[in-house]
Design a protein around this ligand. Structure first.
Ligand SMILES: N=c1c2ncn([C@@H]3O[C@H](COP(=O)(O)OP(=O)(O)OP(=O)(O)O)[C@@H](O)[C@H]3O)c2ncn1[C@@H]1O[C@H](COP(=O)(O)O)[C@@H](O)[C@H]1O
Length: 94
């Protein structure tokens, strides 16, 4: 799981750097309202996760959780943060 998150974050950082035209991630970094789009997605997906949990729909829970994690990592990158910031906060709570 660690590797998966690190690999995904590395791809996001690469898209931010290279801005390929066909990349959804790159579009979030280049669009004027990209940050708003990410925040809206996080809100929507959280609601969808809550509904999936209420329905005990494990497949949908995993799907929405993955959407949330992806957009969360994009947000961290937009704020010039990375996984180490998240890990440091989690570690401080142990
Ligand atoms: N993990 C993701 C990922 N999760 C979601 N999305 C995109 O986020 C957008 C919004 O997701 P939603 O599920 O909310 O959209 P939706 O299909 O309309 O669903 P609903 O809102 O209707 O439920 C869609 O265009 C998805 O394709 C993602 N786009 C990219 N990635 C990762 O980022 C990598 C780079 O992708 P590109 O930047 O597109 O090259 C990919 O290889 C993936 O690993």
């Amino acid at each position: 799981m660690d590797d998966t998150l690190e690999d995904l974050f590395a791809v996001i950082e690469d898209r931010k750097e290279t801005l390929p035209e066909d990349s959804y991630t790159a579009s979030l970094f280049t669009h004027e309202k990209g940050e708003n789009a990410v925040l809206e997605k996080l809100g929507e997906e959280t609601t969808e996760l809550v509904l999936a949990a209420k329905d005990d729909d494990r497949e949908e829970i995993a799907y929405e959780a993955a959407d949330i994690v992806y957009h969360l990592l994009v947000l961290l990158s937009m704020k010039e943060m990375d996984l180490a910031d998240l890990e440091a906060e989690l570690e401080s709570r142990r």
